[in-house]
Design a protein around this ligand. Structure first.
Ligand code: PAF
Length: 254
């Protein structure tokens, strides 16, 4: 299934009529975390829909966009194995017929955490998610909590613009050593991959955010932030060229 226009035709066809739709938007390079969203979409709805679109407007760094892993053939196999009913595979032209003149702009909570370090990122992300939600018109859309700020902003946008799709958070899936699953993990060099779980370990310590930041820097990370918000503790840090993010529920103080 290719392209947004083709989807719109199909969305109104008898194949979808009266059926509930669960939707997991992705940028591809699918891993077990993505597949858990699609499994849940399939379990809780009549039809499961995925999208794969590496959205250029949410990359504040062109090199990051170029490096972003693209594994379409393997992704399609994984989607088929999970019996995903439809894959929306739009082009940039499909998604931005207006040339990105029209945008969704949140002016408070998109300015903190990743927003403070990635100018334009959340504007591009919210804009594309609004477009995808409008195209698919799902009953439920599923987002991983690894990108908790993203989930929080999408939920806020859906409420602010009366979008009827229910926005559902799903738990972060982790590798056996604790590293949060992410498409970017495959860009880590071997030594960086061995060090990467230290981010999760540091987040779960009882230390203050400023102390954790220092510890991460001493280990060889370049931390952007370690910060408490919304009852959670968030961190973002670079290992070489790869930016890792993670968050955990705030630990009760002993
Ligand atoms: O989390 C992602 O993969 C992307 O930010 C999303 C939600 C698919 C929008 O491009």
């Amino acid at each position: 299934m290719k392209g947004a226009a083709a989807w719109l035709k199909l969305r109104t066809s008898s194949r979808c009529a009266g059926k509930t739709i669960g939707f997991a938007p992705t940028m591809g390079a699918l891993h077990a975390g993505h597949m858990s969203l699609l499994k849940r979409a399939k379990r809780e709805n009549d039809l499961a829909v995925a999208s794969i679109f590496v959205n250029p407007t949410q990359f504040n760094d062109l090199r990051d966009l170029k490096r972003y892993p693209r594994t379409l053939a393997g992704d399609i196999k994984k989607l088929e194995a999970e019996h995903t009913d439809f894959l929306l595979l739009p082009s940039a032209g499909d998604m931005y017929p207006d040339g990105y003149k029209y945008r969704v702009n949140e002016i408070a909570e998109s300015e903190v955490l990743c927003g403070a370090h990635r100018p334009g990122h959340f504007e591009g992300m919210l804009t594309v998610v609004m477009k995808l939600l409008n195209l698919v018109r799902a009953d439920r859309a599923y987002f991983g909590e690894k990108d908790y700020q993203q989930f929080h902003l999408i939920k806020g946008m859906a409420e602010a613009f009366f979008i009827s799709t229910k926005i559902i958070p799903c738990p972060t899936l982790r590798e056996t050593d604790g590293l949060a699953m992410s498409s970017r993990n495959r860009l880590l060099e071997m030594e960086q991959r061995l060090l990467a779980p230290a981010l999760y370990k540091a987040l779960r310590s009882q230390a203050r955010p400023s102390e954790i930041k220092k510890r991460l820097a001493a280990l060889g990370f370049k931390p952007d932030y370690v910060e408490d918000r919304w009852g959670r503790r968030f961190a973002a840090a670079k290992l070489g060229k790869v930016r890792l993010i993670d968050n955990v529920k705030a630990m009760p103080v002993p």
